[in-house]
Design a protein around this ligand. Sequence first.
Ligand SMILES: O=C(O)CCC(=O)C(=O)O
Ligand SMILES: [Fe+2]
Length: 334
Amino acid sequence: MFLADRRTDSTFEEIPIIDFTDASSSDPKRRLALAEKIRDACINVGFFYITNHGVPEDTITDAVAAGKKFFAQPISSKLHLDIHKAKNFKGYTALLGENTDPTGRGDLHEGFDIGWEEQDSSRNLDSARDDSAMSGLNVWPDLPGFREPVLSYYHSIVQLGLRLFPLFALALDLPENFFEDKTTKPAAIMRLLHYPPQSPTTLDNDGVIGIGAHTDYECFTILWQDTVSALQVRNADGKWIDAVPIPGAFVLNIGDQLARWTNDVFKSTIHRAINRSGQERYSIPLFFGVDYDVLLEPIPSCISPEMPAKYEPVKAGDYVQSRLEETYAQSVKK
Ligand SMILES: O=C(O)CCC(=O)C(=O)O
Ligand SMILES: [Fe+2]
């Protein structure tokens, strides 16, 4: 069956939970069975949780603790690293410094963004590698015990991301190694995010929420979220479904690059975050893409006479750069 025939507008009420154990199975049938679950989730929802992903709990806890320490600093220390001063979209974004949904008035979160960097600083000559919009060195705060745990988490998630590509390939009826030569220096942008609580009675339409409704730009996103529920995913009927935190699980979602590549057979689903819990909320998304020089052109099984190609081929890096510039051009209309 052509994948194009499986493109659907059907709606969903729940986000599937997928056990990742078989990702490393030596049995191709088990890997394929897992890929089929991922395929269903990508076609119907565009979001799923993964459990048993193998990322050590300490790696997560240490990075989260580092993030909390960073955000607890005075604003003047954080603004030294203002993302608007850097040309390569790295550094600190203050509260309301972004406006993800152009109809909104700013996002009620602060963030810290990093891109590729070797864990081992002695190998860092290569860290300013050429990955287009994000190329150039990371900026780091002068905060002991920050860089190491943050980078260590970053590399664990990059490894997890690299294990997902073969499964996406199988899910798309492609050879398992389809993405291998396209992910030699994968785009991986990570953000530490902090959402202060907002009033429980705030209406959606006052224009300020944790992060406005949007889709992600890259191929997929791996998100860690704490126990505070705030993330919501919009179904085809326009209803917001809570992506309730599941301890030990990551949330995975498809981004616009993979949606383009699959002619929207895989969904890049709109989502937002509103923290009405009364507590601080922290999350860490890592946006995963292919090498920036890879051309995104529709996968043949995703086009058919009834479902012709919807998008022009575009280079991954050019696409991400244009989306990032759009977002930052819209931000801070104070
Ligand atoms: O913090 C979250 O739960 C979602 C973050 C998000 O959607 C993003 O940064 O693109
Ligand atoms: Fe997002």
